[in-house]
Design a protein around this ligand. Structure first.
Ligand code: G4P
Length: 533
């Protein structure tokens, strides 16, 4: 984050065009934090070098938060890191790092225009990466692939390309190709012009790794067989049509690939260049009625994440918005679409890790954290002047269900408040029914780790220790009031309601649901969006 506003005067369209808003999708340990740090470092140092062009004073505290995050070991509070690179403004949105797929991650991916799929060279495509990739595919988000940890022994590069194409269905179109096998990373062949970018190791990757550009002839003289092999493999790829095509990339048919070693800062500059040159800027966002709102239209945004109790120093509730159109000016009064009420944006911040900084101006593609936004829920639209409603964010089909009860009856109020809060943040879905009553609602989640988070937060944040009693359901379908009696007459079922009033039918097994549907075809039973898309 810069000490100065990162924006210059100009229309929303102009500012939007230089924004690149993306997230890194990866399996834990693939190097996402390391890469994030390397990207920020790279951009910061480039920014410093930019002083030559009259941009002195821009170097801020961009990576200070890293130390804090490192000290804490994990990042659970992050939202978006913004920095400038070349003429672009990069917004890197953080996705939760824990192993369980959660709705939170999906929501972050509704707010990005591109994704970087980070793969560990030794492990290839891992489960979490595949799940996140499925979300990108579902949402039509273009994906740039980065093969990381090339400094360590790993798989064969061509083998990795086969894996990407077989498992994701995307055609890999490497922009760079490694010179030296995994574990002997010497540099990359730049497939766009056939030159060699030779890397120089720096102590612990603490600074930008210097890259030396060499023409092919000099590269061969220097690296011998390793260079020849890289050229041969690159030619082989060319013969199979693995060349970048911008349209196919944006259409989700191909994925540009880069080879990197985040820990040594190798290939990080190339990734930034690729983001600036190839990743799409924000586009007009389609509203619920199908019409896209122009980038120059008055301000509009949607809430993609709500978080509270972030840390002891800032115990409050933040709603993160992604700006879709117009200019955001701190202090402006906007309309909260769902209630029609005015919302004053007096406290607007950029948040990454524990660092917060006031935001005075922001443009399409940017993320702003609105403080004490207790009225705002995930999926809500905010707008100025001309009304707009963005489509609601998908709620995934939960697969795990448990009854939650307060362990201490005296803490009923805290229990209620906590459950409501977790529901509005989307940490869990809270399902109610007359039969179960308010004291024992059902919590529904996509991944069991969401239960752990909920239990922990109920006790430590809301002072209401809870007990969870797992229920034997594994499937939820959307239904309606008219079908309730018909469904609950069967065993192995139950009907509950989401907080938005929607009816959900729960089933112990798919089979129970199928039998019911066959016997009573008049009942409404519609599938929800599955997390495993
Ligand atoms: P994550 O956020 O995706 O979970 O991964 P993180 O960056 O924390 O990296 C996981 C481990 O992989 C770290 O090692 C990190 O140093 C290492 N790593 C990341 N990128 C590279 C790379 O390009 N090459 C190599 N060789 N290692 C890499 P660790 O042992 O868990 O932690 P640390 O002791 O190194 O801090």
């Amino acid at each position: 984050m810069s000490a100065e506003p990162l924006t210059v005067a100009g229309g929303a369209r102009v500012e939007a065009a230089r924004r690149r808003t993306f997230a890194v999708i990866s399996h834990p340990d693939a190097g996402k934090s390391t890469l994030t740090e390397a990207l920020a470092l790279h951009a910061r140092v480039i920014g410093r070098a930019g002083a030559v062009h009259g941009k002195a004073g821009r170097r801020g505290t961009v990576s200070d938060w890293m130390d804090l995050e490192k000290a804490r070991g994990i990042s659970i509070t992050s939202a978006a890191l913004q920095f400038e690179y070349r003429d672009a403004v990069i917004n890197l949105l953080d996705t939760p790092g824990h192993a369980d797929f959660s709705e939170d991650t999906y929501r972050v991916l509704t707010a990005v225009d591109a994704a970087v799929m980070l793969i560990d060279a030794a492990k290839g495509l891992e489960t979490q990466t595949m799940k996140l990739f499925a979300v990108c595919r579902h949402r039509g988000i273009p994906v740039i692939t980065v093969v990381n940890k090339w400094d360590r022994p790993g798989k064969d590069a061509l083998e990795l390309m086969d894996e990407v194409s077989e498992r994701t269905g995307l055609t890999p179109t490497p922009l760079t190709w490694p010179v030296g096998i995994a574990g002997d990373f010497r540099g990359v062949l730049d497939r766009t012009d056939g030159t060699y970018r030779r890397f120089t190791r720096t102590a612990g990757g603490a600074t930008i790794a210097p890259e030396e550009g060499l023409p092919a002839g000099a590269a061969e003289a220097r690296e011998g067989e390793e260079w020849t092999r890289a050229v041969e493999e690159s030619d082989l790829l060319a013969a199979t049509g693995a060349a970048h095509d911008q349209e196919l990339f944006l259409d989700g048919v191909t994925t540009p690939v880069l080879f990197a070693s985040a820990v040594s800062n190798f290939g990080v500059g190339a990734l930034l260049d690729t983001l600036v040159d190839l990743a799409p800027p924000p586009a007009p966002r389609p509203a619920a009625d199908g019409a896209a709102r122009d980038l120059d239209a008055p301000f509009s945004a949607f809430v993609f994440k709500v978080q509270s109790g972030m840390d002891a120093a800032h115990r409050d509730r933040l709603a993160y918005i992604r700006i879709c159109s117009g200019v955001f000016e701190r202090g402006m009064v906007v309309t909260h679409g769902r209630t029609g009420r005015p919302f004053a944006t007096k406290y607007a911040q950029q948040v990454f890790g524990r660092e917060r900084e006031s935001v005075d101006l922001a443009y399409p593609g940017d993320v702003v954290g609105l403080v004490n936004a207790s009225a705002l829920g995930v999926g809500d639209t905010l707008y100025a002047d001309v009304p707009v409603t963005y489509p609601p964010l998908t709620t995934f089909a939960p697969e795990h269900f448990a009854v939650v009860r307060s362990r201490e009856t005296a803490k009923h109020k805290q229990f209620r408040r906590g459950i409501e809060q977790l529901d509005s943040e989307g940490v869990v879905q809270v399902l109610r029914s007359d039969r179960r009553g308010d004291q024992a609602p059902v919590l529904a989640v996509v991944g069991p780790m969401q239960f752990e988070v909920a239990t922990h937060r109920m006790e430590h944040e809301f002072g209401a220790p809870v007990h969870l009693e797992p229920l034997g359901y594994s499937l939820a379908m959307r239904t309606d009031a008219e079908s309730v009696a018909g469904i609950t007459a069967s065993s192995g079922t139950e009907v509950v309601q989401r907080s938005n009033g929607e009816f959900l039918a729960l089933f112990t097994t798919k089979w129970v649901m199928r039998v019911l549907r066959e016997n009573k075809p008049h009942l409404t039973l519609e599938p929800l969006v599955a997390a495993q898309l």
